[in-house]
Design a protein around this ligand. Structure first.
Ligand code: ADP
Length: 445
């Protein structure tokens, strides 16, 4: 038992006994006991009232001097101690918060905090300079303040794996990169970076590659033309014949490389106009499967399992190039060195907010260590085989860019010996489903 309570009980016992003893000497023992209990209860209530008033004062200002005795004094001391600890913690937290705020204010990157209802809670100076926030914006929904449609879509979609790069809506010529990091109970931290310089360098790189590719095209055509003419000369000596054949082969390789580079730079620089054709997927799948059969050396089985009546909003030429790339890759690489024919399947799947087009094969598969790097330019699992099969190492980079332009992503699942599945995942809003005997209708997410 705590000391305060023990003392209180002792005082209580002494007080009651003394009153009862006095009462007994006047033959009023019962009345004296009742009086003792009532007066003690009254005293308890008085102390309770004083303690309550003292606590109420302590809420407004620091707790005053403790003028209580016994158990009340102990309780008041405890409350005072707790209050002091709380004050210390508060001060410590305030210091931490203001240090974090000072640190983030010193950052060159913009930082914006949004609460669980997407209302702006705080921002640093850099964010203010980049996107122009004012005091009155505090507590407003962020998408009502940053009114760029692509930002609104990105923020509301909640898919923050990739950052969003957009032209500044405040400073002309400035490029901004937005990255959202969810934290806590639905709060979001938005980091804004000025990437104008990097974007300019990227643009210079793209222009350089595009110019070089274009400049190479003409001399290459001339060289190939002469090689072909020379090859048709009768009675060439075998050495010359072999040399010309190799020149012809390498010329073809260089042409595909230049063409792929031009395609890539076009995909990177062109705007997204012309992305709204309705592309019938089953029909497109059928055409690609036919082309795949035509280029196959082995007796592969190519199956078109895409659901009929599905159309995708997009650019038919680009989609055809991406899906062809994936199917032709399966045709070229799925059997590896085994020489076994494989089954290559094109299929579709609707799942929640996404629509997937799968290109799968039951071939040799890909070692997991290569998968994260497959979409890098010029990355090849087996350089020799890829070049032999007419590959440039740019195929999957092209696929990735086409998909990006259709708000889609490429997922690769593969197990050595069990085959590979390349999945193109589109937002379901791009899918249009034709009811039987009716015009196509868009799918609600
Ligand atoms: P390339 O132009 O050389 O074909 P890609 O970027 O299209 O380059 O493909 C990269 C590499 O991925 C290829 O070199 C190949 O090794 C591997 N690959 C692609 N698809 C498959 C598949 N279905 N099965 C096995 N390997 C594949």
């Amino acid at each position: 038992m705590r000391k305060g309570l023990a003392t209180e009980l002792q005082w209580f016992a002494v007080y009651v006994c003394a009153i009862v003893f006095v009462g007994l000497s006047f033959d009023l023992g019962r009345e004296a006991a009742i009086f003792a209990l009532l007066s003690y209860a009254l005293w308890l209530f008085r102390n309770l009232g004083r303690l309550e008033a003292w606590i109420a004062d302590a809420r407004i200002s620091r707790p005053g001097k403790n003028q209580f005795f016994g158990i009340w004094g102990e309780m008041a001391d405890d409350i005072k101690l707790m209050n002091q600890r709380h004050e210390k913690d508060k001060l410590r937290l305030q210091t931490v918060v203001s240090r974090v705020q000072q640190m983030t204010s010193a950052l060159h990157d913009g930082v914006i905090l949004a609460d669980s209802r997407a209302n702006i809670e705080w921002w640093n100076d850099a964010a203010n300079t980049m996107v122009g926030l004012r005091e009155v914006d505090l507590g407003q929904r962020i998408t009502n303040i940053l009114r760029e449609p692509r930002f609104q879509h990105y923020f509301d979609a909640g898919e923050y794996r990739e950052p969003l790069e957009i032209e500044s809506f405040r400073n002309e010529g400035q490029r901004l990169l937005f990255q959202v990091h969810p934290f806590g109970a639905g709060e979001r931290l938005i980091i804004v970076r000025d990437i104008t310089r990097v974007a300019k360098l990227e643009q210079m790189r793209r222009d350089f590659v595009a110019n070089v590719s274009h400049e190479l095209r003409t001399p290459l055509t001339v060289v190939r033309g002469y090689v072909e003419t020379l090859m048709s000369v009768p009675e060439l000596n075998p050495l010359m014949q072999k040399g010309l054949e190799q020149m012809h082969e390498q010329g073809l390789r260089m042409t595909s490389l230049v063409n792929d580079l031009i395609t890539l730079t076009k995909l990177e620089t062109d705007d997204r106009s012309g992305q709204n054709e309705l592309v019938d997927l089953n029909r497109l799948g059928g055409l690609i499967i036919n082309d795949g059969r035509a280029i196959a050396n082995l007796d592969h089985t190519l199956v078109n399992d895409i659901e009929t009546g599905l159309s995708l909003r997009g650019n038919e030429k680009e989609l055809r190039s991406a899906i062809s790339n994936l199917v032709f890759n399966a045709v070229k690489y799925a059997s590896g060195d085994t020489g076994n024919a494989c089954t290559i399947r094109l299929s579709s799947e609707r799942s929640g907010p996404m629509f997937h087009l799968h290109i799968s094969d039951d071939g040799v598969g890909i070692d997991p260590k290569h998968i994260p790097r497959l979409t890098e330019r010029f990355y090849r699992v087996d350089g020799g085989r890829s070049s032999g099969a007419g590959g440039t190492g740019l195929g999957l980079a092209i696929v990735k860019h086409v998909l990006l332009r259709h708000d889609a992503i490429l997922r690769i699942a593969s197990r050595p010996g069990a085959g590979s599945t390349f999945s193109c995942s589109f937002p379901i809003e791009r899918l249009v489903v034709a009811e039987k005997n009716q015009a196509p209708s868009a799918v609600a997410p």
